[in-house]
Structure formats: structure tokens, C-alpha cells
Write a protein that binds this ligand. Sequence first.
Ligand SMILES: [Zn+2]
Length: 45
Amino acid sequence: MTGRSTHTFVCPECRRSIEVDDAMRATLLETGCVVCGAPVTSSHV
Ligand SMILES: [Zn+2]
């Protein structure tokens, strides 16, 4: 355990599950899914 807060993001489009930290979460919300590029909202991550 690292003690950092992580979130599990599941893409609504490609169903890919990705562990993200707060910084990565913010990036996802801004740029969308790293796998398929689908838009991501805060309810997904
Ligand atoms: Zn995706």
C-alpha cells in the first residue's frame, strides 16, 4: 500500500478498467479515456 488515494476508472466505451491516482484522474477527466478516447465524467472515475 502506498497510502495515496487511488480510483478505479472503468471506461463506459471500451470497458477497460484502470487504476488511477488523483493526478491521473484529473487527466482522464480532461482528455478522456487513454485507451479509446471516449469522454470521461466524474461519475466514471
Ligand atoms: Zn475507453
